[in-house]
Design a binder for this molecule. Structure first.
Ligand SMILES: Nc1ncnc2c1ncn2[C@@H]1O[C@H](COP(=O)(O)OP(=O)(O)OP(=O)(O)O)[C@@H](O)[C@H]1O
Length: 604
């Protein structure tokens, strides 16, 4: 039986709503497509008539809805225009465009359009589209294309205009904001930054793209261009990109100046193709540690997705990824070498992220190890080397939330302590210690504590038991020790592993931990039985402690009062450090009653 061939029908209305709702991430894309068409048309005109002026593109917004009942945006170009036949064959035929034919014939790399689809995106934001056009081949004739919804259209004769085209969108109410002049300036400054043809908003004398990219002939200074392009976070210094090989990526990256806020991942990369913005959020092309990098690159080798807002994750994409990582690393070396003042600012601004960067890349570790500042109890400006010098050759690191006690100890010792609980600090310092063969003390781990609090000779059991009874609270283990400064009678150090175990258990109950992570976390904390939540290091070099012990040995009647006073001091110190295991009000009352007893003679 013969098959009956039938024409596949296209539900254009459906297609437009798919474009509007699903294909494009932002309605701004419609503007991009129209500006791109204006650019292509100007290129076409110059190909067909080399004597033609460069021309320009003007974008106007009219947010006043009282005149026509809707906000409007228009895009006007001085390009080749369209004859009536061309309107039917190219503008109104989905999937076909003159632009691609022209590129195939001329080989011109300046033409952007390829799919014959972009114009359709106008209907994603507008319910009505009107086009006035005069072809440079028929200067005396004008045509008006008009369509409501895009499914049907009409073409009529209209007064001739200067060669070129004006497309006017009657915006749907949801997209009326596109007509706002300031919005247009902001969006087009980014979208058109690399376009060679001047793009003006309204009657602005200066085009939005008056700062040409530095990598082109006659381009602007890199920092001038970066300052114009980086709208959110100002640039601090620039890194040029010229990737060799297959990727042919060129562009400019910059280190952002602003201290980071919110998330520290401020990677911000735009990718352009033949001058037109393809993706303004291509951050995945930058290494994850580069949260302080902004930039724009262009490459004819990256493949856009259908929406032309993103890139195919193909081999070229991965090559560009690798190339950009190299460019950033080399660029950072270059800045450190040639602009020491700027480099210092980079280190101060992005110290935290750079610690992570140093861990991710060996060369960056070498570059940064001695210069990057580490957050410490004495501020955020000390390098690992300075920490080491201040610690008499040892780097002291707080590993968890051991908090105020630790800090107090270090303040008393006048040793700055690195905040090992901050991003990347602990692994960075561990690695630094190995690379520079220097000892570290990680406070809050049994091992670290042992090195800090020198074991004292064990006390007789009776004394140990008595001190435990009068000084410790639940979960605390009394450890006789000797440490500087001698003026500090006791230090309570929570066990970092137990603290972690508690947090994990709390998170587990609250179902905040995925089960895979939980298994790992359990492995990690398995070695701790959780019975010793904190160690109370009693300083046998301290005069008050020595006298207390003596009082116990002598059966002095004031020993219990003295011990209670010391215990209250411990609880109060712990409470100021955020450790609320002891009973603070009881401790405060305890101080009062101890003094009461001492002065009335009851305690002695
Ligand atoms: N402003 C304009 N001036 C002259 N011709 C135009 C203009 N806008 C569109 N055209 C014609 O209509 C065709 C279709 O445009 P459309 O935007 O749909 O696709 P395209 O630009 O060819 O490709 P792409 O989908 O990749 O943008 C173009 O190829 C061009 O021939």
């Amino acid at each position: 039986m013969r098959e009956e061939l039938r024409q596949t029908e296209v539900d254009l209305g459906g297609l437009v709503s798919v474009l509007a709702a699903h294909l494009y991430s932002t309605p701004m894309v419609a503007l991009r497509e129209l500006v791109q068409n204006g650019h292509d048309s100007a290129t076409r005109r110059r190909l067909e008539d080399p004597a033609a002026p460069t021309g320009r593109i003007i974008v106007r917004g009219d947010a006043d809805t009282t005149k026509t009942g809707a906000a409007t945006v228009s895009v006007t170009d001085e390009g080749a225009g369209l004859t009536e036949d061309e309107i039917h064959s190219y503008l109104a035929t989905v999937g076909t465009g003159y632009t691609r034919l022209l590129r195939d014939v001329t080989g011109s790399e300046d033409l952007i359009g390829a799919f014959g689809l972009g114009f359709l995106s106008a209907f994603a934001v507008a319910d009505e589209v009107t086009v006035h056009t005069t072809s440079h081949r028929e200067p005396g004739r004008g045509h008006r294309y008009h369509s409501v919804g895009g499914e049907t259209y009409a073409v009529t004769e209209a007064p001739a205009r200067a060669p070129g085209t004006e497309v006017t969108l009657r915006l749907k109410p949801d997209y009326a904001h596109l007509a706002d002049t300031q919005t247009l300036r902001e969006v087009l400054t980014r979208y058109c930054a690399l376009l060679p043809i001047p793009v003006h908003v309204e009657d602005d004398a200066t085009p939005v793209n008056d700062v040409p990219p530095p990598w082109r002939d006659g381009g602007a200074e890199p920092m001038v261009f970066a300052a114009r392009f980086a709208q959110r976070l100002a640039p601090l210094c620039a890194i040029p990109v010229h990737l060799d090989g297959d990727t042919e990526a060129t562009g400019l990256l910059w280190i952002q100046d602003a201290a980071t806020y919110g998330s520290s991942d401020n990677r911000d990369l735009s990718v352009c193709l033949r001058g037109m913005m393809l993706s303004h959020d291509a951050r995945d092309l930058l290494p994850t540690w580069a949260g302080f990098i902004g930039g724009v690159i262009e490459s004819t080798r990256l493949t856009p997705t259908a929406s032309r807002e993103d890139l195919q994750r193909d081999d070229r994409y991965r090559d560009v990824q690798k190339g950009l990582t190299e460019a950033i690393v080399n660029g950072m070396f270059e800045i450190a070498r040639t602009q020491p003042g700027t480099w210092q600012r980079v280190l101060n601004r992005h110290g935290n992220e750079l610690l992570g960067a140093a861990l991710a890349d060996d060369r960056l570790f070498d570059l940064l190890a001695d210069d990057v500042p580490v957050p410490t109890s004495s501020g955020d400006r000390l390098t690992a080397g300075a920490l080491r010098a201040a610690g008499n050759g040892t780097i002291h690191i707080a590993t968890g939330d051991s908090g105020g006690f630790t800090e107090m100890l270090y303040r008393a010792m006048q040793v700055p302590i690195a905040r090992g609980d901050h991003y990347a600090v602990l692994p960075f310092l561990r690695r630094y210690a190995v690379a520079r063969s220097c000892p570290t003390i990680e406070l809050g781990t049994g091992d670290g504590d042992k090195r800090l609090f020198k074991d004292a000779e064990p006390l007789p059991t009776a004394e140990q038991d008595w001190l435990t009874a009068v000084l410790t609270d639940d979960g605390e283990q009394l450890v006789p020790a000797r440490y500087a400064p001698a003026a500090l009678p006791l230090v309570l150090v929570p066990d970092a592993e137990v603290a972690l175990k508690r947090r994990i258990e709390a998170d587990e109950t609250a179902a905040r931990i995925p089960s895979a992570a939980l298994a790992l976390a359990r492995d990690f904390t398995a070695k701790t039985d959780g019975t010793v939540a904190a160690r109370l290091y009693l300083n046998l070099d301290n005069i008050a402690v020595r006298r207390l012990l003596q009082a116990h040995r002598d059966d002095h009647p004031g020993r219990t009062t003295a011990a209670a006073l010391l215990r209250s001091i411990k609880v109060i110190m712990a409470a100021t450090a955020g450790d609320h295991r002891g009973d603070l009000s009881a401790a405060l009352v305890g101080v009062g009653s101890a003094i009461e007893r001492l002065v009335t003679g009851d305690g002695a």
